[in-house]
Design a protein around this ligand. Structure first.
Ligand SMILES: *Cc1c(COP(=O)(O)O)cnc(C)c1O
Length: 432
């Protein structure tokens, strides 16, 4: 049955992005209007979509002892952090810079976990001075380093060990982090010894245990396998007389880019809690660190078609966004949906590779897309709210895009477009 034409079409997986006739809408604003008002390339985030995701997690948790720690490497804009802080979320940071952002956003350091495979003395000291909930530690040498810094400061360090459970999350190899061959975490077989070492280091306080197996995970089994292995370890570690206050089960829940059907936050949380219950561990304090699934489908990248070009082999739409603005296609060969801001009648549709102007063959945003385009048209690259702007660079001396948050009919600039002056200011001309 076809929909009545006066009702907007929701794009699957994108609750606040609709097509009303020919016009692509982000909440109540046409994408084309945002592009002309703020310029392109432009990241646009739907406040409603972020809040829907935040609420889906809160509803999933209900009254259970599960605390949410947004992994801000997915999207670390201050306004986004403020939104999540207002919803009561804590944060998962992976650098001193991210910690500074969280504090700048006014969040409570007591809800911050500090992850990452190589924390410097300065980062450890900043975390301890701020009073973070926990440092997630990835090696025994890091344990010694944290113990030393904590001793120098006279601030005991709360620590969890990140365990590498050797499970395959069946996602892209670059975003699998819980395999034996990965640089992340401490092998399960060495974990018990590492905890014993923690107990001997006088400036450390054992807080919990941590695991994070990867990203864009679309099945529950890898999570449950990892949880089972963590629970086996918890049993061993506690029988050595070391008490673990929380189990941090990481993030990684996938989103729908194309036709994936990832579990919902409720299905994920329910499955974890049921497994905990089944193993007599239902009382455990759990932390979760979702990133992508909170913001991924709340954002789009708007760009304008600069040139349409046909070679002997194919048709190219060269747009004013590039791999420096959105790296996922170049880095992971990721597929993201591309929609015209104003659709045409299709009579001039061709199969285009949508590419940026950067001097790299890897600089493409979408391949073999059926589009009816003219130069000057605006395109929206969907699912760009996570690992989009956060990974942007200045390659080819391209200033980074502006960022806008849409709330109903209102739009607020939450990230200024970088200027060429911004880029040149930090460099010094030759003086020798
Ligand atoms: C990246 C990361 C996350 C978040 O992963 P998503 O796939 O964005 O949910 C959580 N925890 C740690 C330790 C991470 O490195």
């Amino acid at each position: 049955m076809s929909r009545p034409s006066h009702l907007p079409d929701t794009l699957p997986g994108h609750p606040m992005i609709t097509r009303q006739g020919a016009t692509l809408m982000i909440e109540s604003l046409p994408a084309s209007e945002l592009a002309s008002r703020f310029g392109t390339p432009l990241y646009v985030y739907s406040r409603g979509a972020i809040e829907l995701a935040a609420r889906a997690y809160a509803d999933a948790v209900r009254d259970r002892p599960v605390a949410l720690r947004y992994a801000l490497k997915a999207n670390s804009n201050l306004a986004v952090l403020q939104l999540l802080a207002r919803h009561g979320w804590g944060f998962d940071v992976v650098s001193g810079g991210e910690l500074a952002r969280v504090l700048e956003a006014g969040a409570d350091a007591g809800g911050v976990v500090f992850s990452g495979v190589g924390k410097t003395d300065a980062e450890i000291a900043a975390a301890l001075r701020a009073g973070v909930q926990c440092l997630n530690v990835e090696s025994t040498s890091e344990l010694q380093r944290i113990d030393r810094v904590a001793g120098e400061l006279g601030i005991p360090a709360p620590v969890s060990l990140r365990i590498n459970p050797d499970v395959d999350p069946r996602t892209h190899p670059y975003i699998s982090t819980g395999l034996r061959s990965s640089k992340f975490g401490i092998a399960q077989a060495q974990a018990r010894q590492a905890y014993a070492q923690c107990a001997r280091l006088s400036n450390l306080r054992v807080a919990g245990i941590d695991v994070h197996i990867g990203s864009q995970i679309t099945e529950l089994e890898p999570y449950l396998d990892a949880l089972d292995r963590v629970l086996d370890l918890v049993h061993d570690i506690e029988s050595d007389g070391i008490r673990l206050h929380h189990l941090d089960l990481g993030g990684g829940l996938g989103i729908r880019y194309a036709d994936e059907n990832p579990p919902t936050p409720a299905q994920w949380v329910d499955a974890l809690c049921e497994r905990l219950q089944a193993r007599g561990q239902g009382h455990r304090q759990i932390l979760l660190e979702p990133g992508r699934s909170v913001v991924g489908n709340a954002g789009v990248l708007l760009c304008e078609v600069i040139t349409l070009k046909s070679t002997l082999d194919r048709h190219f739409a060269v747009v004013d966004a590039a791999m420096n603005d959105l790296m996922r296609p170049a880095l992971y060969e990721a597929w993201q949906r591309i929609e015209p801001a104003q659709s045409r009648d299709g009579s001039h549709a061709l199969t285009y590779d949508v590419v940026g102007p950067v001097c790299e063959s890897g600089d493409w945003l979408g391949r073999e897309r059926q589009l009816d385009l003219r130069e000057g048209d605006v395109l929206a690259i969907l699912s760009a709210g996570a690992y989009g702007m956060a990974m942007a660079s200045n390659y080819n001396t391209r200033p980074r895009a502006a960022e806008v948050l849409v709330d109903g009919e209102r739009a607020q600039l939450i990230g200024e477009r970088e200027t060429l002056q911004d880029l040149l200011r930090r460099e010094h001309k030759l003086q020798l």
